[in-house]
Design a protein around this ligand. Structure first.
Ligand SMILES: *[C@@H]1O[C@H](CO)[C@@H](O)[C@H](O)[C@H]1NC(C)=O
Ligand SMILES: *[C@@H]1O[C@H](CO)[C@@H](O)[C@H](O)[C@H]1NC(C)=O
Ligand SMILES: *[C@@H]1O[C@H](CO)[C@@H](O)[C@H](O)[C@H]1NC(C)=O
Ligand SMILES: *[C@@H]1O[C@H](CO)[C@@H](O)[C@H](O)[C@H]1NC(C)=O
Ligand SMILES: *[C@@H]1O[C@H](CO)[C@@H](O)[C@H](O)[C@H]1NC(C)=O
Ligand SMILES: *[C@@H]1O[C@H](CO)[C@@H](O)[C@H](O)[C@H]1NC(C)=O
Ligand SMILES: *[C@@H]1O[C@H](CO)[C@@H](O)[C@H](O)[C@H]1NC(C)=O
Ligand SMILES: *[C@@H]1O[C@H](CO)[C@@H](O)[C@H](O)[C@H]1NC(C)=O
Ligand SMILES: *[C@@H]1O[C@H](CO)[C@@H](O)[C@H](O)[C@H]1NC(C)=O
Ligand SMILES: *[C@@H]1O[C@H](CO)[C@@H](O)[C@H](O)[C@H]1NC(C)=O
Ligand SMILES: *[C@@H]1O[C@H](CO)[C@@H](O)[C@H](O)[C@H]1NC(C)=O
Length: 404
């Protein structure tokens, strides 16, 4: 069999005999002849790698295209890294792969795997020209882990029908407009961060997600978690641009963290009853009222709020096992929380401070000399180093808190 394919820009490797092939090591495709070894396989037991220096015919633009039509399953990994002239990669029949790693493919713009449904680990790194995934419909439905970083993708269509995933990490994809996943549970970590190139911001939506382990959302414009019931470790929101955050069905979380969400004005978690680790709210500059935690009863870790709050309501609180720190730039009535400290609802170190020029996190505030703030680091104690400019009214407010 002569390799007429050599002359074609796209190699179509359609084998006549379908078989199970295997290789104890990795089949490294460096040339069209190597690729032809796959042509007769439907199942390839082993790994396949297409690597740097691929000796493939180039088209008029100096681009290479690899097309394999027969293989349905690769039990090991499919790895394609640093093939810098590869513009198109197509596996027409491939349904499942072990690990799937694409990295440093600077001109790859077409990735066609219309039959793909299952991958154990999907790692895509540095694929700046890849704007869409041609994974057919439904596309990928099962993956243990997904890592997509520094690609040109504008959407994750092709993996949005994932029913199951353990870890999911999507970062630094500057064209990404939205992420929507149909998963019901995520057993490992979910991280979405720094996909912040799209003008209107990245929207994320997990309409069916009920339970998750550790979720970090950074730099998103909307986050929709309508069905979320619980998160066992941390649920963290950093540097997002949402104005409101609602999780109508969330009943408990490990840590709950809101930091640097500079447009956030309203957090509403009406069913949340327990936070099993730290509960932190910091540097959400527009967040004035915290009144959306109407059922929150138990905080097993520390409660650490700093910001510009005028009003913080935690009407159902029965237990804070760790420290309690609330510092705000606004005038603030600590009386309700003083009471909780006195009653040992708050068990750890208690700090509640209004009129702070620099509201600080846990561990700051007591006995500090900075800023001339008034400080009340526990019920009945006042450090009266008041801002000169503010004058008598404040002193009175402070004294009243002690008297009451
Ligand atoms: C696939 O890649 C992973 C990660 O590099 C490696 O641990 C594993 O052994 C590879 N599997 C095979 C069959 O080569
Ligand atoms: C995928 O990336 C993860 C995290 O960097 C790594 O542990 C794993 O070995 C990679 N798997 C493959 C198949 O490249
Ligand atoms: C979100 O992605 C879908 C494709 O999955 C697309 O049709 C839609 O226009 C995108 N919406 C936004 C706001 O980017
Ligand atoms: C978490 O939510 C899932 C799905 O709703 C439920 O089956 C599970 O019991 C919940 N776990 C906890 C600890 O609340
Ligand atoms: C929220 O929880 C209620 C009661 O468990 C359930 O009926 C409802 O379907 C859930 N909402 C979503 C969006 O899953
Ligand atoms: C948090 O603690 C409560 C009370 O111990 C428990 O019922 C709940 O399952 C825990 N939640 C999670 C998500 O682990
Ligand atoms: C959750 O994930 C974040 C980001 O990956 C990590 O910093 C944090 O330690 C994790 N939390 C837990 C409880 O494992
Ligand atoms: C992304 O979020 C981080 C906070 O986690 C913030 O420092 C950074 O400025 C944000 N990036 C953009 C572009 O908003
Ligand atoms: C936040 O939103 C909830 C639900 O929409 C609403 O009931 C509540 O009054 C809002 N709180 C603030 C401070 O706007
Ligand atoms: C909040 O912002 C201040 C000032 O920029 C910074 O020192 C502090 O570390 C931030 N807090 C958190 C929890 O990121
Ligand atoms: C309070 O608001 C001011 C003005 O919006 C902002 O500069 C400052 O960073 C905010 N402080 C905190 C701790 O959020």
């Amino acid at each position: 069999m002569a390799f007429a394919q050599y002359l074609l820009p796209a190699l179509a490797l359609a084998g006549a005999a379908f078989a199970q092939c295997s290789n104890s090591g990795t089949l490294t495709i460096a040339s069209a002849a190597d690729a032809s070894q796959l042509a007769s396989c439907t199942t390839y037991s082993g790994s396949v790698a297409i690597e740097t220096g691929l000796a493939y015919p180039m088209d008029n633009n100096g681009r290479q295209q690899v097309e394999v039509t027969t293989v349905r399953t690769i039990t090991g990994n499919l790895t394609v890294t640093d093939a810098i002239s590869l513009s198109s990669l197509s596996f027409g029949s491939l349904r499942s792969i072990g690990g799937f790693e694409l990295g440093g493919l600077t001109v790859l713009s077409e990735l066609s795997m219309p039959a793909l449904t299952e991958v154990s680990q999907l790692n895509f790194t540095a694929l700046p020209a890849l704007q869409t995934l041609d994974f057919g419909n439904p596309g990928l439905t099962r993956a243990e882990s997904v890592l997509i970083t520094n690609t040109g993708l504008s959407s994750l269509m092709g993996i949005s029908n994932l029913e199951q995933v353990d870890t999911f990490n999507i970062n630094n994809n500057q064209a990404l407009q939205n992420i929507s996943l149909q998963v019901t549970s995520i057993t490992g970590a979910l991280r979405i961060e720094a996909n912040d190139g799209y003008q209107s911001g990245l929207t994320t939506s997990f309409p069916l997600l009920e339970t998750a382990t550790n979720m970090t959302f950074r730099n998103c414009s909307t986050i929709s978690l309508p069905a979320l019931n619980n998160v066992t470790e941390d649920l963290g929101f950093y540097g997002n641009t949402f104005e409101t955050f609602v999780a109508p069905n969330l009943t408990s979380a490990g840590g709950l963290i809101f930091v640097d969400n500079t447009e956030l004005t309203n957090i509403s978690l009406p069913q949340l009853t327990a936070i099993n680790a730290t509960y932190q709210i910091a540097n959400n500059t527009q967040l004035k009222q915290v009144d959306g935690f109407t059922k929150l009863s138990v905080v097993k870790g520390a409660l650490d709020f700093s910001g510009n709050f005028t009003d913080v309501q935690l009407p159902a609180l029965t237990q804070v096992q760790g420290a309690f720190n609330l510092q705000t730039s606004a005038r603030f009535d600590c009386a309700a929380f003083d009471q909780l400290s006195t009653n040992k609802v708050i068990r750890g170190k208690y700090t509640c401070l209004g009129m702070r020029t620099k509201p600080g996190g846990q561990g700051t505030g007591s006995g500090s000399s900075g800023g001339g703030d008034d400080e009340q680091s526990s019920a009945g104690q006042l450090f009266a180093n008041l801002p000169v400019a503010v004058g008598g009214t404040l002193v009175l407010a402070g004294l009243l808190q002690i008297i009451l």
